[in-house]
Design a protein around this ligand. Structure first.
Ligand code: ARG
Length: 229
């Protein structure tokens, strides 16, 4: 399609890491979420279907999956940052995020200052892990591959707290009254869809679709669908 070469003919292949509700997660047989709907707009514009591949977050953010042709785009609630920009190219930002602190609903923990000497769960390869390494030198960081494991360990009390992006943790706490989000750390993050370094044709096409969707209300509809009350 117009100078855009896809790794599999007739489909836009997306690498993501599940589950990351409400951005990407399984609902029965289907993979759904905010990012899924957004990338569907790009696929639609290209006249193809989106095919989603579930892969570790670490090889998404390192650029390995895009470089080896596992997928055309990566959409994983992934924060744009300088280190990642060295290995992948990001389209324009599509979502704002910060880090947040999840604890058991009956916990006394109220914020960063209460975490010294405690076990804090973080997710492999994420900005939350990075934030915790820099800001919680006196905590024991326990690393999980998946968000679902991280939240399960907060629920069962095997860790004292968990750190991850605000959107996913508020969503989880909304569904699970035994936990609560008690603090946010304003890291000023923005999510971007990524392509292989140098794939400007696809990156620019994503930017055009994103701009059009913001303009004509489709972005707001998707936002409302996943974050509306
Ligand atoms: N926004 C964070 C980051 O970019 C976390 C993303 C995790 N995404 C996922 N699908 N597991 O590091």
């Amino acid at each position: 399609v117009d100078g855009i070469e896809l790794v599999s003919d007739g489909q836009l292949t997306t690498c993501t890491h599940l589950p990351y509700e409400p951005f990407q997660f399984r609902e029965g047989e289907e993979i759904v979420g905010f990012d899924v709907d957004l990338v569907d707009l790009v696929a639609e514009d290209l006249g193809v279907e989106q095919a989603i591949v579930d892969t570790p977050f670490d090889t998404i953010q390192s650029g390995a999956d895009l470089d080896t042709g596992k997928c055309d785009v990566a959409a994983a609630g992934m924060t744009i940052n300088d280190v990642r920009e060295e290995n992948i190219d990001f389209a324009d930002p599509y979502f704002d995020a910060s880090q947040a602190l999840l604890v058991a609903a009956d916990s006394d923990i109220e914020g960063e200052a209460d975490l010294a000497g405690l076990r804090v769960a973080v997710q492999t390869g994420t900005t939350g892990q990075e934030w915790a390494r820099e800001n919680l030198p006196d905590s024991e960081l326990v690393t999980f591959e998946d968000l679902a494991l991280l939240t399960a360990y907060v629920q069962n009390g095997e860790v004292d707290a968990g750190i991850n992006d605000n959107g996913v943790l508020y969503d989880f706490a909304g569904d699970n009254p035994d936990v609560a989000v008690v603090a946010e750390f304003d890291t000023g993050e923005q999510y971007g869809v990524a392509v292989r370094t140098g794939n400007d044709a696809l990156r620019e096409r994503i930017n055009e679709v994103l701009a059009a969707a913001r303009e004509d209300g489709r972005y707001d509809e998707i936002y409302e669908k996943w974050f509306g009350t």
